[in-house]
Design a protein around this ligand. Structure first.
Ligand code: 5GP
Ligand code: ZN
Length: 116
């Protein structure tokens, strides 16, 4: 997707503070962190949202979740974290490239976040 900002981060055309990368996924710090730890985990392949995943995307979705604890621990949230995937208009998704937010830090994030 030529005009997708997260695809441009994957391609190295937009800089990002990368914290994890393998052949399938990329994780980088959110540019506007809501908590001391705020990492976005994305598939390198363009998938617009959870509303548009295909059956073949199941392994990469699993990898995004399975990698979250290691990323959170390495970034300073070793005692747990929250994962959020905003989806579509109702989910207030702003960037139309599927991404998993990892939010955390040394302190509990609270019962709900006002804005992610
Ligand atoms: P959404 O509302 O779509 O779930 O979240 C999009 C997130 O992407 C927001 O938290 C926003 O701060 C982050 N974001 C938007 N543009 C950029 C960017 O160019 N670089 C980085 N690192 N984060 C971005
Ligand atoms: Zn994209």
């Amino acid at each position: 997707m030529s005009d997708c900002i997260f695809c441009k981060i994957v391609e190295g055309k937009i800089p990002a503070q990368k914290v994890y990368e393998d052949e399938d996924i990329l994780a980088f710090n959110d540019i506007n962190p809501a908590r001391p730890v705020h990492v976005l985990v994305i598939p390198k392949k363009h998938i617009t949202s959870l509303a548009t995943v295909a059956a073949e995307d199941t392994p990469v979705l699993g990898k995004m979740l399975a990698t979250a604890n290691g990323i959170a621990t390495a970034q300073g949230s070793p005692d747990g974290f929250r994962v959020i995937i905003n989806t579509g208009r109702v989910g207030n998704q702003e960037v139309p490239h599927l991404h998993l937010h990892i939010v955390g830090g040394p302190d509990p994030v609270g019962p709900m976040l006002k804005r992610i």
